[in-house]
Each structure stands twice: as C-alpha cells, then as structure tokens.
Ligand binder design. Structure first.
Ligand code: TYD
Length: 211
C-alpha cells in the first residue's frame, strides 16, 4: 500500500527592506527543523538565470521598464516553482516546508507602484505554474526604523530608493494590495518586542499540516 505523503507548507515572508524578515525566517526555520520537519529556505529574486537578470536591473546596470521588470519577476517566479531540481512545487509535493523571502506580494507592492496593479495581480494569480502560498506574514515595521537598519547595514543601493518617504509609500502600497486581494491568507505581524517574541507570535499563527 502506498502511503500518502503529507504536503509541505508554503510560507512567505514580506516586508520592507530592514523589516527583520531574514531574522524571522531563520528563527522559524530552526524551530520547524527542531520539530523534525524538512524545511527549505528560499528567496526571490532567485539564484537562477532569471534572478541574475533581475539583479542586474535592480543594480541599475541594465535599464528595464516597469512592465519588463514585472514580467521578469514573473518569469523568475515560474522558474522558482517548476525547476525540477529544487523547485517549490517539487519540494512541497515531497512534504518539505518552503519558507520564501518575498513572493508575488512584492511584485504587487513594488511593480504595482509604477505600472497597472490589476495587470500585475492578474498575470501572477492566473499563472498555473505559480503556487499560492498557504500563508504570508507581513512584518510590519515603520519606515523610519527600516531606514535606520538599512543605513547601518551599508549595503549596495538599488534602483528602489530607500529614503523614509519611499519606504512609507511602499508600506502604504502593501496595505492597499492586502485590502484588495481575495482568498489570500495574509497576517500582518505586529513588530513590537524582541525578535524571539515576534517569532513566537508567528509560530502560533502557522496553519496546521494539510495532507
Ligand atoms: P534583496 O536585496 O534581494 O532583498 P531584500 O530587500 O528583501 O533584503 O532585494 C530584492 C528587491 O527586489 C527588493 O527591493 C524588492 C524587489 N522586488 C520587487 O520589486 N518585486 C518582486 O516581485 C520581488 C520578489 C522583489
């Protein structure tokens, strides 16, 4: 008799640069592993060829229109889902939990600022190769705090400016997008407290396994 494999959970983290996504992803990953789960951490843009093209555009080395960027992010997302080696679809079907740093909500918030938001939503949500997340945690941190953290990191600048005003606009766009979306499981995570307290909040909200 063949045993039915329990599907993994597809968990997405979203937030502004400097919102503490990476810390929360690491804490959740460690906790799930501790419970004996198979967990894979991943991110968008990916390390695949499409991700490289995007990074070139983000660094300003190659200018792309907002529509081109939207399409490139979608192409990268499809490759992320379907690649036969370690794609999201394969991992989930094997029972592995997949934790992803940014997904289509980032396209809605960032590309949705410069081109038609409905078009960006439609092309992502209607694409059969783009898996819908089981849950999305949005780490909600005020723009000025994110800015301080990003400045302290001193990382290379991207085409998206990281001044407080722009970060504020992106945060507002996320809110607009979350209010607009139907049938998505989005949790706005209050970022008060220590990283461990936030992690506890996130863990308590995880959906049960669905075979
Ligand atoms: P990166 O430095 O890789 O990650 P992070 O900012 O999360 O630490 O930057 C990714 C950038 O790409 C970020 O500014 C958001 C942007 N982005 C989009 O504009 N659209 C998308 O669909 C995704 C996934 C990311």
């Amino acid at each position: 008799m063949t045993r039915q494999i329990e599907k993994g959970r597809f968990i997405v983290f979203e937030g502004l640069d400097g919102s503490g996504k990476s810390t929360q992803i690491d804490l959740l990953c460690a906790r799930l592993k501790n419970e004996g789960r198979n967990v894979v951490k991943t991110a968008e843009p990916t390390e695949l060829t499409t991700g490289g093209i995007i990074r070139d555009a983000l660094a300003g080395n190659y200018q792309r229109t907002p529509e081109e960027l939207s399409a490139l992010f979608l192409a990268d997302r499809i490759a992320h889902n379907v690649n036969p080696k370690n794609g999201i679809i394969k991992l989930l079907s094997e029972g592995t939990d997949v934790i992803c740093d940014r997904y289509y909500y980032s396209s809605f918030a960032y590309q949705g600022m410069d081109c038609d938001l409905d078009w960006v939503i439609r092309m992502n949500k209607q694409c059969p190769s783009v898996t819908k997340p089981d849950i999305c945690f949005f780490i909600d941190v005020p723009a000025d705090i994110c800015k301080k953290r990003v400045d302290n990191r001193g990382t290379v600048r991207e085409i998206f400016e990281r001044d407080s005003q722009t970060l504020d606009r992106i945060r507002a766009k996320y809110t607009e997008v979350f209010n607009k979306l139907d049938g998505e499981n989005i949790v706005i995570v209050n970022s008060d407290g220590t990283p461990e307290e936030i992690a506890e909040r996130i863990f308590s909200l995880l959906p049960p396994f669905t075979p």
